[in-house]
Design a protein around this ligand. Structure first.
Ligand code: HEC
Length: 95
């Protein structure tokens, strides 16, 4: 499953740019830390299933899911950009 998610994420990236951070990704990592050792109130997103992250982001954007900050943040991106971010974080490249 993990390998399949990674393969899907890599397939989305343009050829030769599979390590390039998508626009906006650095705006997420300040709150969603890569460290699983940290006891944070912000839910971890790194390495989670891509579809799960994409669905959550779309729901925040559509105001279908209650949030403190994520609705406002998600509305700053279009759907394609949110899907790219979901794939990026699903592949656990949060640093
Ligand atoms: C200001 C801190 C902050 C930033 C920046 C931030 N998040 Fe969040 N995120 C949260 C909080 C807090 C929640 C819990 C929902 C809420 O209250 O908004 C959350 C929830 C989520 C969830 C749902 C996780 C779950 O387990 O249900 C996803 C997916 C997510 N964020 C992705 C992102 C992405 C992608 C970005 C960058 C565009 C981002 N976040 C930027 C604080 C942040």
């Amino acid at each position: 499953m993990r390998a399949a998610v990674l393969a899907m994420a890599l397939a989305l990236a343009p050829a030769g740019a599979n390590a390039a951070e998508p626009p906006g990704a650095s705006a997420c990592s300040g709150c969603h830390t890569a460290s699983r050792a940290l006891d944070s109130a912000v839910p971890p997103i790194a390495g989670r299933p891509r579809d799960e992250l994409a669905a959550a982001l779309r729901a925040f954007r559509a105001n279908e899911r209650p949030s403190t900050v994520m609705g406002r943040l998600a509305r700053g991106f279009d759907l394609a950009e949110l899907d790219v971010l979901a794939a990026w974080f699903a592949a656990d490249r949060l640093r």
